[in-house]
Design a protein around this ligand. Structure first.
Ligand code: DGL
Length: 278
């Protein structure tokens, strides 16, 4: 028998497992929601994709995911694009295509510039996010009085995926990636680094080991969770008649790596996996 329930259903989306760092913050704040976590592993990684290709891909995947979820579970109340690389490019486009509220993740430049004492801040992101006009505008608007040392790395994204598959992450690899933070002009004054890729908070401990002591690492997860809570208060979810409300992980391609992620997914309360091939 179907029961009426008002449990908000939230789709959290990324190219891979990085968005789990954002979903975790939302889960802490809003434990009563149903979470559908989607990884577009068929098109991973996003950080090396051409802009037009990425805009088309995100649109295509979100349509396929929503159709799958709506058929099997019911309506989705909110979409969180838990990927800086996608958000800094595709938000205006997807907001015009979907009726749900869409929350995106953008580099936490503003809080970093406010919190830094030395006004020398680091930006660690994918090469695409580092290069985006959106990111340059954020720096101009909120950190024009700061020196910003930018480092783009796709390898760090791969290392976060490896960690969640249970593989060892070699400290030398992390050290080599963050090396420019030691050599750039004014790097000795660096006191704050923005983790502007959702994969990177998954490697916070490893990054701390490779960086000078005392450097503050800032990401957007908590701010996103607050935004989701605020929007849900503004727009209470419609009553769902579907009683299937466990959390769920969705992937766009069945691979061996998906199986290897099962243990890590359980740590985020994602017990079940479904494939939405697209
Ligand atoms: N997690 C994504 C981000 O926040 C990027 C990963 C990728 O390159 O696919 O930017």
């Amino acid at each position: 028998m179907n029961a009426i329930q008002h449990k908000p259903r939230i789709l959290v989306f990324d190219s891979g497992v990085g968005g789990l760092s954002v979903m975790h913050e939302i889960q802490q704040r809003l434990p009563h929601c149903q979470y559908l976590y989607a990884s577009d592993n068929a098109a991973f990684p996003y950080g090396t994709k051409a802009e037009s290709e990425l805009i088309a891909r995100v649109d295509q995947v979100l349509h396929a995911l929503l159709q799958h979820i709506e058929q099997g579970y019911g309506p989705v109340d909110m979409i969180v694009v838990a990927c800086n690389t996608a958000s800094t490019l595709t938000l205006p486009h997807i907001r015009s295509h979907f009726s749900q509220p869409i929350v995106g993740v953008v580099p936490a430049i503003k809080p970093a510039a406010l919190q830094s004492r030395s006004k020398v801040i680091g930006l660690l992101a994918t090469p695409a996010t580092v290069a985006r006009p959106y990111t340059h505008d954020l720096i101009k608007e909120h950190a024009a009085h700061c020196t910003v040392i930018s480092v783009g790395s796709s390898e760090l994204v791969q290392l976060a995926e490896q960690k969640l598959r249970g593989e060892i992450v070699a400290p030398e690899k992390i050290a080599a990636i963050v090396a420019p933070f030691y050599t750039a002009p004014r790097s000795t004054e660096l006191d704050t680094i923005v983790l502007a890729c959702t994969h990177f908070p998954l490697l916070k401990d490893e990054l701390r080991h490779s960086l000078p002591e005392g450097i503050q690492l800032i990401d957007s997860g908590e701010a996103i969770a607050r935004r989701v809570e605020f929007l849900l208060q503004q727009q209470p979810p419609v009553a769902h008649t579907d009683v299937r409300h466990g959390h769920l992980a969705l992937f766009t391609k069945a691979t061996r790596d998906v199986e290897l992620l099962r243990t890590a997914l359980r740590d985020f309360a994602l017990e079940n996996i479904e494939i939405v091939a697209c």
